[in-house]
Design a protein around this ligand. Structure first.
Ligand code: PRP
Length: 228
């Protein structure tokens, strides 16, 4: 008869016997594929974790991992409240959410920048000339901070997607939005007039989870660093 007195070495290393499941929040959309690809390299994956799945919770019982798939803007919320221990999300979304989470790692992918753009034929000479006009954006908090720092008062119109449509149909004069390749701006005759901030994907953690599940989360950070 075989009697195990200690857990197998690799289990102990990963803290699997001493700690509970780790829940990882992943955003639908552009960052999903890149995030799962990176996590897979360090063995953090689960059967059925792919873009086409409609399942919202995907579990790997052997490794005690639980992946939850959320709307992009909601990742910081799940992590702040501890419904997810960790998450992967863009720096732009973290700042906009104003959630209190630990930022553990810059993952380097998902590079983009936040900027202000206007229709090419409606450009004004100076940035201040847009004061008191309407700006359509998914990022009203970041935008407001940016304009207030420049002494500009603006009217913010919160949209949830296809922001570029705002000035085309006369809803707003300008947009504050993300640019990745620049294709959307070009195809809609918009021109960037001011750069606001750069962003990449980040690994974030809930403050309490980070302390309670320190071994596993810290191990993940160390493993991921080897691939960055
Ligand atoms: C983002 C962003 C722009 C577009 C920029 O939108 O809001 O519309 O990508 O990318 P590009 O510079 O490569 O063209 P997303 O595709 O996430 O959709 P949404 O606007 O509906 O949220």
């Amino acid at each position: 008869m075989i009697v195990f007195t200690t857990p197998p070495h690799h289990y102990k290393e990963r803290g699997i016997f001493t700690q509970d499941y780790i829940t990882i929040a992943l955003p639908k959309g552009k960052l999903f594929g890149l995030s799962t690809e990176l996590l897979k390299k360090v063995g953090w994956t689960a059967e059925g974790l792919h873009e086409k799945s409609r399942k919202l919770v995907i579990t790997n019982d052997a490794e005690k991992l639980k992946f939850i798939i959320t709307k992009t803007a909601d990742v910081p919320t799940y992590v702040e409240y501890g419904a997810a221990d960790i998450g992967i999300i863009g720096k732009d979304v973290i700042l906009e959410s104003e959630k209190d989470v630990y930022e553990l790692l810059d993952l380097g992918f998902g590079k983009c920048h936040l900027m202000m753009a206007v229709p090419k034929d409606k450009k004004r000479p100076r940035l201040e000339d847009y004061s008191h006009t309407r700006v359509a954006t998914k990022f009203p908090h970041i935008a407001e901070k940016f304009f207030v720092e420049r002494g500009m008062q603006m009217e913010y119109i919160k949209l949830n997607g296809s922001i570029e449509l705002g000035p085309i149909v006369g809803l707003s004069e300008s947009i504050v939005d993300i640019v990745e390749t620049g294709t959307t701006l070009r195809e809609n005759n918009l021109e960037e007039i001011v750069h606001i901030m750069d962003a990449t994907a980040r690994l974030i953690a809930n403050r309490v989870s980070y302390r309670l599940k320190f071994d596993r989360i810290n191990n993940l950070v160390n493993e991921l660093e080897k691939f960055l």
